[in-house]
Design a binder for this molecule. Structure first.
Ligand code: HAM
Length: 403
């Protein structure tokens, strides 16, 4: 029996790596004033078929439940977020800044960087029209990635303006019913053969390719770029009109984060979605946000040697060379745990070499040796990294608040 294709088992090493990603996400996002929320992993099917767009609807894990209700595992967080905010927006001061770390499910073909479940950091802001919110959001994404040790040589946020493209389609007489198809063709243009994209874009293909090459003009983009410059983050962003995003609900500035080498899929994506709350829940509030996935991020960090190998699982490993010292060792172990340390030891008599091996394989920071010195009220404490060993009185251990 194996996990389903595209789903992961998180053995302790993988779980520790995941925890490392989540802790960093939460630390940086809360530093930007985002507060955490969560919603249900199973939602009513309607929530996603209405406004997210065909692409994601084709990837839903949906079924009819035992009460004959059409339901689906969430493929993304944004509609749940919109639903929750719309229901209680009066209870919160605007702009509201919320973050979540949901597991989401998409029936995609599993491949490098794409699985059938993944975790996302979502940061969203509601109730602010000003582009200063877009600047704040993009800066937060840059800082989350920088917190892992990635630099402007490793990643770039490619930024564009979907409103520019909507205006372009309007000006060129494209009926509204075709906008989403055209935007999708632009979104996929880098992954598809040029002739396929040209066919989808029809008579506008040449004009659009010119914009890809030369750029378009958008005051919104200039304002956001200037804001990021003021923050000293200009090296992390690049204006690129080929970015429009695959999801249907975006309305303004949109962006995607990529590794500079172009080896991996998108690391993160987001933008403004000023009409989603109104369209889904009749609450007219501007909104914007991003989703950063754990899969591509971990691949990129690994390739750069930025994923810690052995996570520290223990503060102390208590080594017991002779069974006659076990009772005193148990007393000490308990005291160490009471002071908030993570402590483990061998449950049965074992050679010291084996006990040291266990300590190292568990990433213990220190090894406490309880041997004959205990009769004089002393133990030896060895710091694993430096191999330095000192003697400590057990009275000191008992009397200090933390050790
Ligand atoms: P998204 O671009 O569909 O946006 O997903 C965001 C990120 O999730 C992607 O850049 C990628 O890293 C990761 N991701 C997506 N699909 C998969 C997959 N099958 N396997 C592994 N990772 C994946 C959204 O989901 C929007 N709801 C983000 C957002 C929040 N927009 C506004 N607020």
């Amino acid at each position: 029996m194996q996990a389903l294709n595209g789903f992961r088992d998180f053995y302790p090493e993988a779980f520790a790596q995941r925890a490392f990603l989540f802790e960093t996400w939460r630390r940086v996002a809360s530093g930007y004033g985002f507060v955490e929320y969560d919603g249900p992993p199973l939602e009513s099917l309607d929530l996603f078929t209405k406004k997210s767009g065909e692409e994601i609807v084709g990837q839903l894990y949906n079924f009819v439940d035992k009460g004959d209700r059409p339901v689906t595992l969430r493929p993304e967080m944004t509609p749940t977020f919109a639903r929750m905010v719309a229901a209680r927006h009066r209870d919160y001061k605007k702009p509201l800044k919320w973050m979540a770390v949901p597991q989401v499910f998409r029936y995609e073909r599993p491949q490098k960087g794409r699985l059938r479940e993944h975790y996302q950091l979502n940061c969203d802001i509601v109730g602010e029209e000003s582009l200063s919110a877009d600047v704040e959001l993009i800066a937060c994404l840059v800082d989350v990635l920088r917190a892992f040790g990635l630099t402007s040589k490793d990643f770039v946020i490619r930024m564009s303006d979907r409103q520019f493209w909507i205006d372009f389609l309007k000006e060129n007489g494209v009926p509204e019913s075709e906008w989403y198809l055209k935007l999708q063709a632009i979104d996929k243009s880098e992954r598809e053969k040029p002739e396929v994209t040209r066919e989808k874009l029809g008579p506008l293909a040449e004009k659009i390719e010119k914009i890809f090459a030369e750029g378009g003009s958008s005051e919104r983009i200039s304002t956001v770029v200037n804001g990021l410059k003021a923050m000293g983050l200009e090296d992390y962003v690049q204006v690129d009109f080929r970015i429009v995003r695959g999801l249907a609900y975006y309305t303004g500035i949109v962006f995607e984060a990529f590794d500079r080498s172009g080896e991996f899929r998108a690391i993160a994506g987001g933008g403004r979605y000023d009409s989603l709350l109104k369209n889904l829940c009749q609450v007219d509030l501007p909104a914007l946000g991003f989703g950063l996935g754990d899969v591509v991020l971990a691949e990129l960090l690994k390739s750069k040697g930025l994923l810690p190998e052995v996570a520290r699982q223990l503060d102390y490993y208590v080594a017991i060379p002779e069974e006659s010292f076990r009772e005193q060792a148990l007393g000490l172990i308990h005291q160490l745990r009471d002071k908030g340390n993570r402590v483990d030891y061998s449950l049965v008599s074992q050679k010291m070499g084996k006990q040291f091996e266990s300590a190292e394989s568990r990433g213990a920071e220190k090894i406490m040796i309880v041997d004959a010195l205990i009769l004089q009220g002393i133990v030896s404490v060895k710091t694993v990294a430096t191999r330095e060993q000192v003697q400590v009185s057990i009275l000191d251990i008992q009397n200090s608040a933390a050790i």
